[in-house]
Design a binder for this molecule. Structure first.
Ligand SMILES: Cc1cc2nc3c(=O)[nH]c(=O)nc-3n(C[C@H](O)[C@H](O)[C@H](O)COP(=O)(O)OP(=O)(O)OC[C@H]3O[C@@H](n4cnc5c(N)ncnc54)[C@H](O)[C@@H]3O)c2cc1C
Length: 494
């Protein structure tokens, strides 16, 4: 039974959902709701609160282009500043009042007769809306490994997405599982406090030095008073990142030497940080740079030389109430288990809710049976009036804000045309979708994902079929331009 009717429902109140809401307002919509299962906005930056959390993209680039923040305290701002920025933007653009927190969405179904999406909430309520926009992010469904015995552990278990700031780590014997981007930030911080820290590594990660510094007050004031200074600074950070992505990752076949140079930088970093050859060897990745998202830290490698920090590379066999047993039969006693095991992308997040389009097409099932695909990263045939902001090939550029703002541009072009024609639905054509997928597939062939050696990287860029269907393999410039110029005939607008 439908209780409320909206022009649009947005799922997710992270930077993606906030951006989509701002765009809807610019288009003249006010009757929309943002549904968020957490109790506050900010997505990634609300949920993650572990010590050491910071952006791994210069903050001048990791922000909305239309809302520069002159107050970042560092080039790589700490996590809480991002949460504050999300709050400030939501308030300034008056989108907070559209948000409903502690509201989990279970699924959405296109009602062909009514020409509306029926959105089902946990608890049984249903909302209806003309447009459905999922902004559920990629890294939003925490992953807990299914290690035998994990539930029997008697000490404290903490996932990094559910950090307990009141828990006293002083003097603890901690086992930390995972060596991804989160661990690179967290391990040096935990090592300062705990008695013993054992890091269980399955896949070594590339870490390169972090050129980070405090942004002096003088520069902050210059950013605030002379926007051109801020824009110029951003221009530099944008383009350095873009160059890294395009050359070392996307055009690996043409610029292999640059990719090797990046791997060498990480090698030198290990050499300077660690004297012990065996330890260095254990921390050396056996896949090409860029297969996984690269990380930046000046302290991660060095932390493993501390007497209270141990690196364990033998696989975990089981967890017992008081410790972790590895495949070689050794047991290490711990009282605290930290899971830096990241997120489930391909099982839980594509899509994050069940979405059923025209003629009963189930998006998750269809993607798995027909390859992951979405025109311009957002539109799928048989799913009218639907944009999946975290779709296959949607992530362009190294800063996620490139993705969000590109999608806002696409919304602008598409919704204005719908309004101009006084139409009520849009749907991407099968021909346009196939053309886009073929182009992405061909372009990916030049990338490190297919040209390099990524088999052992266990990277979330790859889905279960081994296809790298997350990143859009074009320049950010190309992606942004296409969002404003794509042929309107790629959509059926009626
Ligand atoms: C620790 C960490 C550090 C990161 N650092 C960077 C960085 O430096 N640079 C960068 O570019 N990217 C970084 N990222 C990626 C980051 O996720 C994106 O930059 C960006 O914040 C994504 O915004 P979003 O709104 O699309 O998704 P999210 O921020 O993930 O928000 C999605 C929201 O959807 C909600 N949601 C999901 N499912 C449902 C449901 N069924 N019902 C209701 N609500 C739901 C979630 O609760 C969440 O609030 C980082 C990610 C993590 C986890």
């Amino acid at each position: 039974m439908t209780s409320e009717r909206f022009d649009a429902v947005i799922v997710g109140a992270g930077f993606g959902g906030i951006g989509a809401a701002i765009q809807l307002k610019r288009l003249g919509y006010d009757n929309f709701v943002i549904l968020e299962r957490e109790d506050d906005l900010g997505g990634t930056w609300h949920v993650n609160r572990y010590p050491g959390l910071a952006v791994d993209i210069p903050s001048t680039t990791y922000s909305y282009w239309f809302e520069p923040n002159p107050n970042w305290s560092r080039l790589f701002a700490p996590g809480p500043e991002l949460k504050r920025y999300a709050d400030d933007v939501a308030d300034k653009y008056d989108v907070r009042r559209h948000m409903r927190f502690s509201t989990a969405v279970e699924g959405a179904r296109w009602d062909e007769e009514l020409g509306l999406w029926q959105v089902a909430l946990a608890g049984g309520q249903t909302l209806s809306a003309q447009f459905l926009i999922t902004a559920t992010g990629f890294l939003s469904q925490p992953y807990t490994p299914d290690i035998p015995g994990i539930a029997t552990f008697n000490g404290r278990t903490i996932h990094t997405t559910d950090w307990d700031a009141t828990y006293d780590f002083d003097g603890r014997r901690v086992g930390l599982i995972g060596t991804g981007a989160t661990a690179v930030q967290l391990v040096p911080e935990l090592a300062k406090r705990v008695a013993e820290l054992t890091v269980y590594q399955r896949t070594a990660i590339y870490v390169v030095p972090k050129v980070d510094f405090r942004i002096p007050g003088l520069l902050q004031r210059a950013f605030a008073r002379v926007p051109l200074v801020h824009r110029t600074f951003r221009y530099v950070t944008d383009n350095v990142l873009e160059l890294m992505l395009i050359s070392a990752v996307l055009h690996y076949r043409q610029f292999r030497r640059l990719n090797i140079a990046a791997a060498d930088l990480s090698k030198i970093h290990r050499f300077v940080s660690i004297r012990d050859k065996e330890l260095r060897q254990k921390l050396t990745p056996d896949y090409d740079f860029g297969c996984k998202r690269p990380t930046f830290s000046n302290t991660y490698y060095r932390t493993f030389t501390k007497p209270n920090v141990h690196l364990e590379t033998t696989g975990i066999e089981r967890i017992e109430p008081d410790g972790i047993v590895t495949a070689d039969g050794n047991k290490r006693q711990i009282d605290t288990l930290v899971l830096a095991t990241g997120f489930d992308l391909w099982d839980a997040n594509f899509p994050a809710i069940e979405v059923v389009g025209r003629e009963g097409r189930n998006l998750g099932k269809w993607w798995r049976e027909n390859r992951f695909q979405a025109y311009q990263g957002v539109s799928i045939p048989y799913f009218p009036n639907f944009l999946s902001l975290a779709g296959p090939y949607s992530y362009s550029g190294l800063s996620y804000f490139d993705t969000i703002e590109r999608e806002m541009r696409l919304m602008d072009r598409l919704f204005r045309e719908v309004q101009r024609r006084r139409a009520s639905t849009f749907e991407v054509t099968e021909e346009a979708n196939t053309r886009f997928l073929d182009r992405m597939t061909e372009l990916l062939d030049d990338s490190v994902f297919y040209g390099g050696s990524c088999a052992t990287s266990r990277s979330y860029y790859f889905n279960h079929s081994g296809e790298a269907t997350l990143l859009r393999p074009t320049s950010t410039h190309n992606a942004i331009e296409e969002a404003s110029t794509f042929p309107l005939s790629d959509y059926q607008i009626a």
